[in-house]
Design a protein around this ligand. Structure first.
Ligand code: C2E
Ligand code: MG
Ligand code: MG
Length: 648
């Protein structure tokens, strides 16, 4: 602005100088012409120069300025020498000459002045217009910028564009400051919950630990919600988002009430609490006296998150699993602390959810094994390292084979046999159970079709289906497609679903199961007695078979109470028209007890361990094709002859 004003006045000065110089040249030219004219036609009033006097210095300056010669001083006034006669100069007063010259230049100078003034106004007007245009453009630009900031077009404050512009610029400065705050917050915060993000959280711990330099213990909680995926799957992602926001609010108030706050940033975010992603949150506890303090906070978090979440007219119950890592015992770097707390959280999940666990080194090796087996499993699925074994379930009368349960086996090239108790949970957690489960169902149906064709028309094959498969596969279509592909009739198939899966099964899955039952497929509740479901749900679930868990039967042989419960389960099942199978029968006492309670189908090592398909084929088909064709089922003769005698 200053430099613009300076150049403006410079231009004005230059123009004035140019104007003055032009006037001067004009005047001098006219004066010179006037003196020449006087010499050519001398005026009548010219008089003799009587005595030349010396001129003052100011007179000399004036003469020089007017570019005149032949000027002298006579009787105290300046005179112009016009002509010489007889050595006598005739002169006329310079004042008169100058007066004539002034009269002669008056009109040209007036004209020049008018031109100059007009030019000035024209230029000024032009400049005004340019300025107005520029202002209009600037106002448009400010409106545009305001709209980028999401603001309405600014209302005009006055008729002057300049003051509107200044008002708009003030507003823009305000928006820019707000925007800076928001973007800074965006850089530090998780968008959904407005909690610190992972990066800022780790930086913050790094800073605090370096200030602390191992002087005091600290703790880190890794909090993961239980069953959040189901909430998302059942109610949709925006519902899930709302839950996450409410969880964040509860954690914030725990951090504040527990004086765990660290809030020094200028954007006002809580740095000791972060959302690491998904349903994972973390709290950093600076300076704890001993691990008990971290445990107290973990317990507080667990109780707070177990309180109902209210969303619209819905009440949602969720819990959390918490892993605790301690500084410097567990680790002394932020990343490692988070990682180890995650390992401990993973253990809390495995140990039953809704609980906390403190990290210990032995957990780390388990996690390593988990990742190792997961990687190996991916390879094993593609390189056919899995195979199926089949365990017969027989009728207590005559040991007629009712069905075979297909049980997956993993023959690892280095580790040898890996138990399903170890690999199935890993496959479920990583969703690898989906490709593996596809193969198991396919292979089971293929095998059963072969046996069915060989005469085992009344024997079924039973396949374990995990809850992950129920949720991710279009159940009815998936099973019917496999049956169509393998040629096995639906009535030869049974699906085993663990009791605990039924606890939070969705309405859609129940409908799918019912459709399968209508098609002739049997549905069994596996491991019944371990999932804490009430007996009443048996009446509402779409099932045909109850498989009572091995643990339950074990208890029943020693405890009268368990025996009574077992009896009531069996009685109730019969009343509901359900078939009862007892799992894990290992000895004759168990066998007798179950038989006395009226259980008709048993599975267990007492009859046979799971066998390869070849062994099954050999054993059953040995009984003769004619026998099979007549009965539609083989007999599984156990090694213990006493059973056969009991059975018969
Ligand atoms: P499950 O479905 O309850 O299968 C019965 C388990 O009990 C089998 O263990 C079987 O070998 C074992 N068993 C049978 N009789 C006796 C007995 O008399 N005594 C004892 N101690 N155990 C007996 P397995 O094969 O190790 O399988 C364990 C679990 O792994 C299965 O329990 C099932 O939940 C899961 N699983 C196995 N194969 C599959 C599969 O193909 N798909 C799925 N989703 N899960 C499977
Ligand atoms: Mg089973
Ligand atoms: Mg079972």
């Amino acid at each position: 602005m200053v430099s613009n004003a300076g150049s403006y006045w410079k231009t004005i000065g230059l123009l004035i100088m140019l104007y003055s110089f032009s006037c001067y040249i004009l005047f001098v030219t006219v004066l010179s012409k006037e003196t020449n004219d006087l010499r050519l036609t001398p005026p009548n009033d010219a008089y003799e120069l009587n005595a030349q006097q010396k001129m003052s210095s100011s007179d000399e300056y004036l003469i020089d300025l007017l570019l005149l010669d032949n000027v002298t001083k006579n009787d105290g006034r300046l005179v112009l020498k016009i002509f010489k006669k007889d050595d006598i100069w005739f002169v006329t007063p310079l004042k008169i000459v100058l007066f004539h010259a002034i009269l002669a230049v008056f009109y040209p100078i007036m004209a020049l002045s008018i031109v100059a003034i007009c030019s000035y106004f024209i230029i000024a007007n032009y400049q005004q217009r340019v300025l107005r245009k520029t202002l209009r453009h600037l106002c448009d630009v400010t409106d545009e910028i305001a709209s980028i900031f999401g603001q309405e077009k600014l209302p005009l404050q006055s008729y002057s564009r300049l003051s509107n512009l200044s008002f708009a610029l003030d507003n823009l400065a305000k928006y820019a400051t707000q925007y800076k705050m928001v973007t800074e917050q965006g850089a530090f915060c998780d968008k959904l919950t407005q909690l610190t993000n992972r990066h800022t959280f780790l930086e913050h711990i790094e800073e605090q630990l370096s200030l602390n330099e191992g002087a005091k213990e600290s703790g880190l909680l890794f909090i993961d919600l239980d069953g959040f995926k189901q909430v998302n799957d059942s109610f949709g992602h925006s519902f899930g988002d709302e839950i996450l926001i409410q969880v964040a609010e509860r954690l914030k108030s725990i951090v504040r009430s527990g004086r765990l706050s660290f809030n020094q940033s200028n954007v006002g975010i809580e740095k000791n609490l972060a959302r690491l992603g998904g349903d994972e949150f973390t709290i950093f506890i600076q300076h704890i006296e001993h691990s008990e303090s971290a445990i107290d906070i973990a317990k507080h978090v667990l109780t707070e998150l177990e309180r109902d979440f209210v969303l619209g007219n819905k009440l949602i119950k969720i819990s959390a699993s918490i892993g605790i890592a301690l500084y410097p015992d567990s680790a002394d770097k932020p990343n490692a602390l988070v990682q180890l707390a995650d390992v401990a959280m993973y253990r809390a999940k495995k140990d039953g959810r809704g609980i906390y666990r403190i990290y210990s080194p032995e957990m780390g090796s388990q996690l390593k094994r988990y990742h190792y087996l997961l990687e190996e499993m991916r390879l094993a699925i593609t390189s056919n390292n899995f195979y199926l074994t089949f365990q017969p379930i027989v009728h207590t009368e005559g040991c007629v084979i009712s069905y075979f349960e297909a049980l997956a086996r993993w023959q690892h090239p280095v580790e040898g046999m890996i138990s399903p108790m170890e690999f199935i949970p890993i496959a479920e957690e990583s969703n690898q159970i989906l490709p593996l489960g596809d193969w198991i169902l396919d292979e089971s149906c293929r095998q059963m079709f072969a046996w069915h064709s060989a005469g085992m028309t009344k024997t079924k094959i039973s396949v374990n289906v995990s809850v992950i498969q129920l949720r991710h596969r279009p159940l009815y279509q998936w099973v019917m497609d496999t049956l169509a592909r393998t040629g096995l009739p639906p009535t030869s198939l049974m699906l085993e679903i663990t009791e605990s899966c039924f606890l939070d099964i969705s309405e859609e899955i129940i409908v799918e199961l019912e459709k399968l039952r209508q098609a002739g497929i049997f549905i069994a509740i596996d491991d019944f007695g371990t999932g804490f479901s009430s007996l009443a749900i048996l009446a509402t679930l779409p099932v045909d078979v109850i498989k009572i868990d091995r643990m339950f039967i074990n208890e029943a042989t020693t405890s009268v109470k368990y025996k009574k419960i077992l009896k009531s389960i069996v009685d109730m099942s019969f009343q509901l028209d359900l078939k009862v199978v007892a799992e894990g029968i290992e000895d004759i006492i168990q066998f007798e007890l179950l038989k006395s309670l009226g259980v008709e189908h048993i599975q267990g090592f007492l009859i046979s361990p799971p066998e390869s398909s070849i062994n099954i084929g050999n054993k059953v088909l040995k009984q003769g094709v004619g026998h099979l064709a007549h009965n539609g089922a083989g007999v599984w003769k156990p090694k213990t002859s006493s059973i056969m005698s009991h059975a018969n």
